[in-house]
Write a protein that binds this ligand. Structure first.
Ligand SMILES: Cc1cc2nc3c(=O)[nH]c(=O)nc-3n(C[C@H](O)[C@H](O)[C@H](O)COP(=O)(O)O)c2cc1C
Length: 219
């Protein structure tokens, strides 16, 4: 069933859903495929459509995926502690960041309970590639992923963009039988019905703070 949302409402209320994922309501495969079918209309480089999507609904595989996600998070936090880390530091004294961390941890602890876990992949490896190639590779999957999230939202489901498991991308590839040397995983997307469907626009930086008309030095 489609929610009654205008295009603007859809764009402004498709949130990262973690605490409001319904772990107990089964998600039919057909609805995931319906959303993917819409997502596959997304732009992609030279229309090569190298995307392949791994959909996990087997409880045992979900548990194994969740364990790798948790191990990756542990590695992530360890790396953050290191002075040499290039991962941007987060200010945990900020109330919003603290709330976000609690929400991230909730998903972490419950990942195995999420009915469907989606891992989009694309052909090739961007490691060390020049920006043109990197942009072409990532740009040929990320629009489809966002379309997928919008399609979920329009049907009363939700997801959260996650990349943490990519610290252990090779191990995930082994677990799921993805050919790591030839294929890159774009993230891990938990899919569930949402508890309620009322989501609000988030607070973002005002547009005036982030635009530069004609020249970087001008607003
Ligand atoms: C590139 C990227 C990586 C992200 N990685 C994670 C992640 O590993 N785990 C997680 O729980 N959320 C992750 N998020 C979700 C963000 O925390 C979320 O999009 C952001 O806080 C804004 O949330 P909102 O749209 O609900 O306001 C990621 C989002 C993006 C775009």
């Amino acid at each position: 069933m489609l929610l009654e949302l205008s295009p603007d409402q859809l764009l402004t209320t498709t949130r990262a859903v973690r605490r409001r994922l319904d772990f107990d309501r089964p998600v039919p495969r057909a609805i995931v495929e319906e959303c993917l079918n819409l997502a596959l209309q997304a732009p992609n480089g030279s229309n090569q459509q190298t995307w392949q999507w791994v959909l996990v609904d087997d409880p045992e595989v979900r548990t194994a995926v969740a364990q790798l996600y948790a191990a990756s998070m542990a590695q992530h936090l360890e790396e953050l502690q290191s002075a040499a880390s290039t991962i941007p530091k987060i200010d945990y004294s900020d109330e919003g960041n603290a709330r976000l961390t609690a929400s991230v941890n909730y998903l972490l602890e419950n990942m195995h309970r999420v009915p469907v876990l989606v891992i989009p992949t694309f052909a090739g490896r961007p490691d060390g590639a020049r920006p043109f190639l990197q942009a072409s590779m990532w740009g040929s999957i990320l629009p489809a992923v966002w379309s997928f999230m919008l399609a979920l939202r329009s049907r009363g489901l939700g997801s959260a963009w996650t990349t943490i498991h990519l610290h252990k991308e090779r191990e995930m590839a082994e677990l799921l039988g993805v050919p790591f040397e030839r294929r890159t995983q774009a993230g891990l997307f938990p899919v569930a019905y949402t508890l309620g469907t009322d989501f609000k626009p988030a607070r973002r930086r005002p547009v005036q703070e982030v635009v530069h008309w004609n020249c970087w030095s001008r607003k």
